[in-house]
Design a protein around this ligand. Sequence first.
Ligand SMILES: Cc1cc2nc3c(=O)[nH]c(=O)nc-3n(C[C@H](O)[C@H](O)[C@H](O)COP(=O)(O)OP(=O)(O)OC[C@H]3O[C@@H](n4cnc5c(N)ncnc54)[C@H](O)[C@@H]3O)c2cc1C
Length: 473
Amino acid sequence: MSDHDFDVIVIGGGGAGLAAAVSAAERGASVILFEAEGELGGSTQLSAGMFTAAGTSVQKELGVDDSVDRFFQHYMDLNQWLLKPGLVRRFCELSGPTLEWLLGLGLEVPAQLSGNAHTPGLCRAGVEDVWRAHVPKDQGYGLVQVLDRARRAAGVEVALHTRVERLLVEDGRVSGVVADGVELHAGGVVVASGGLAQDDALVKRFFPDALAAGDSLFVVAAPGSRGDHIGFGEQVDASVAGAGWGLMLPTAEFVRHHHWQAGFPPVSRVHVNSRGRRFMDEDASYAVSGGLIEAQGGPAWMVFDEAARLALPAGYADWEADRVTDLVAGGAVRRADSVEDLAAEIDVPADHLLATVSRWNQQLPQGSDIDFQRDQTLAAKGATAPLAEIASPPFYATRVLPAELVCTHAGLEIDVRASVLDSRARPIPGLHAAGEAGGGVLGNRYVGGGNAIANAVTMGRLAGQSAAAGATA
Ligand SMILES: Cc1cc2nc3c(=O)[nH]c(=O)nc-3n(C[C@H](O)[C@H](O)[C@H](O)COP(=O)(O)OP(=O)(O)OC[C@H]3O[C@@H](n4cnc5c(N)ncnc54)[C@H](O)[C@@H]3O)c2cc1C
């Protein structure tokens, strides 16, 4: 007879927690899931649900040749081999089967190519060598619904509005949690409480680069991303992996919403550095664009013209024609009647900016981009219409910088069973972690598109299996 209340306790009801709960229950474990907020979903529910995975049935149906080896090589190279290869290989091996598991549970990813994170299908949103980003129907919301249905079918109990306060530890083993002042014992605990983006002090400690955005910094991660995993880890001398890393999306300095609400900057725009030189494909993937901007070592600007401003579609919170004009008064948008005068406004050499705009006008409107190959990025998004020239005064400039904090990568270090490791790299009995709360899979470069959702669900499922195995052995 077991002396615990449940075999497995899961802390957090986002992608990682739900996957852990369902997979533990599939292994025959009794499971309870605690969720601090009033509804399940966390950042997972807010996301596009994009899921990176190799060798899937969706890829095969579309004739996309992919493999675990190829995914692993790409993942490690992009992250400059700063991650543990063993853990990353495990993740790469399991991501495909985990996507199949989700499809089996009812997730819909139609076998069609998709040009963006909003169209269900197979996308290439990152810098991946093959189409590998799976976008589900109804995006992150759809993913959470599928997992929650499976959770209910498996009889997993959920306690909403219940923020787990601390772990119970007996003789070096994690034996349960305290929530609402009540002690609950379990054979295994899975920490799936998400990231730390909503806690200023923890961002300062574990992702200080985010603060470089200054007043432009805004957080789109779910409210529950308070970094509770860090406190749990400190109770048991857990190691933290991924400190210093996270995903910051580049955006204009005045934007305060994720692009679904913010709207999109004009397509006809050129990004220049403080020397007035173009330095990037303006549509470069978020896997690399933040780093490209930071590498300029000074302010970077996006430049566009009056025709581009007037062409902005109505109905968005930030990128809206009248709002852009209104922002001129406060200086968040600079405006001038000529490119030379705009250069003076943003303190870049006028002859450089003129040459940059002229070269851009000679190439992009003709559908080619010899320097940065943006034409190919646009084609992958299904955008084949030629871009308009940047030629009609007045001209505008606004700073572009990584300012939108999406997720954080500093989690409790896990091994290939999703067991949490202590400071001597020994598994802590009874403790597992996954998602943003589990560290070691998300690296210094976000492997877009779909790195974090794949990490959450894949490692969450693994954590649930391991916790169940440990608890019911
Ligand atoms: C707008 C947006 C779009 C994104 N798009 C994508 C995308 O398309 N693809 C991709 O790969 N990544 C994307 N991401 C990132 C991705 O969504 C997250 O990294 C991922 O969902 C994290 O999953 P998780 O389960 O670790 O955390 P979450 O989904 O945030 O779940 C954690 C849950 O734990 C709860 N919790 C916290 N503390 C406690 C506690 N003490 N007790 C009980 N419960 C607690 C929280 O309330 C939350 O519900 C996006 C993120 C955002 C914000």
